[in-house]
Design a binder for this molecule. Structure first.
Ligand code: NDP
Length: 287
């Protein structure tokens, strides 16, 4: 079997064109959707992710502002900036780029963002709404993964899903979203014993570990849908995922590449959330 590659770039392009049309409609009603990204320090990976977010915003016509502060910026100063944007109606999305320098409490910062502008979907209120199946801002990487699976017509209901990784931003929420879609979900992590015995049973396998080439071809059930979230930089400078791509290609039915898979969809879902937020502001304005 040779897997069909789920092309995250192409799917993103389609979704971005749809979003651009929505933005035109919002603008016609007198509102410019706007996103502010707040960065503390100069983490090169963060700078690169932010460039992607800016490009996506520009592509769909969303206003974009970067607030870039030095690494020594204090938590109090950052909380004041967040408060400013919480109260600034010109901005509909606020994203604080993680990770933050060690002296800043990430939880306090995430909780300071107004849940109505939390386009990353990390605020506990939005996480709670996601868990209870309410409409809310969904975390971008997990939401993008669900879109990718649906885009190829794979039925999620009743499937055995195995998520390797249990971080708050990827592993846990992607499992929850797939549970909301009626899958049977198993989480694996660094303390899981005999990991392969789980991964081999997965109809849908999500690898969110952050270790290059961690999942081998013979860890995968023939015909499985394999979603590779990992972004790992090899000594050669090349990017690779958590899954051995060439091996998985021979076993899986569908497979996401790295790069060009989950990454572009993550950014597109951020654009989606920003547009949704602007729509909500518009309907509140008019009510
Ligand atoms: P974290 O480091 O926060 O989490 C990694 C998870 O993998 C943890 O739950 C950890 O278990 C688990 N793990 C580590 N080693 C093993 C092991 N030997 N066996 C089983 N499980 C293991 O990473 P993130 O969730 O933030 O990110 C995961 C990957 O996805 C990274 O490569 C990251 O760069 C990438 N990423 C990609 C995005 C995209 O848009 N494409 C977006 C976000 C992340 P434990 O909890 O027990 O420590």
């Amino acid at each position: 079997m040779t897997a069909t590659i789920i092309d995250g770039k192409q799917l993103s392009q389609t979704k971005r064109s749809e979003l651009a049309k929505e933005v035109e409609q919002i603008k016609a009603k007198g509102l410019l959707p706007k996103l502010v990204v707040i960065l503390v320090g100069d983490n090169p990976a963060s700078l690169s992710y932010i460039r992607g977010k800016q490009k996506a915003s520009e592509e769909i016509g969303v206003g974009f502002k970067l607030e870039h502060f030095p690494a020594a910026f204090t938590e109090k100063e950052l909380l004041d900036v967040i408060e400013h944007y919480n109260n600034n109606d010109e901005y509909h999305g606020i994203l604080v780029q993680l990770p933050l320098p060690a002296h800043i409490d990430e939880t306090a910062v995430v909780e300071a963002i107004s849940p109505q502008k939390d386009v990353d979907g990390f605020h506990p209120i939005n996480i709670g709404r996601m868990m209870t199946g309410q409409e809310t801002f969904l975390p971008c990487t997990p939401a993008g993964i669900v879109e990718m699976i649906k885009s190829v017509g794979v039925e999620i209901t009743g499937k055995n899903v195995v998520v390797v990784g249990r971080s708050n931003i990827v592993g846990k929420p992607v499992g929850q979203l797939l549970l909301n879609e009626h899958a049977t979900v198993t989480y694996c992590h660094s303390k899981t014993k005999n990991l392969a015995s789980y991964t081999k049973e997965a109809d849908i396998l999500v690898a969110a570990v952050g270790r290059a080439n961690f999942i081998k071809g013979n860890d995968i059930k023939p015909g499985a849908v394999v979603i590779d979230v990992g972004v790992n930089r090899l000594d050669t400078g090349k990017l690779c995922g958590d899954v051995v791509f060439d091996e998985a290609k021979e076993v899986a039915s569908f497979l996401t590449p790295v790069p060009g898979g989950v990454g572009p969809m993550t950014i597109t879902m951020l654009a989606h959330n920003t547009v949704q937020s602007a729509k909500q502001f518009l309907s509140k304005q008019n009510s």
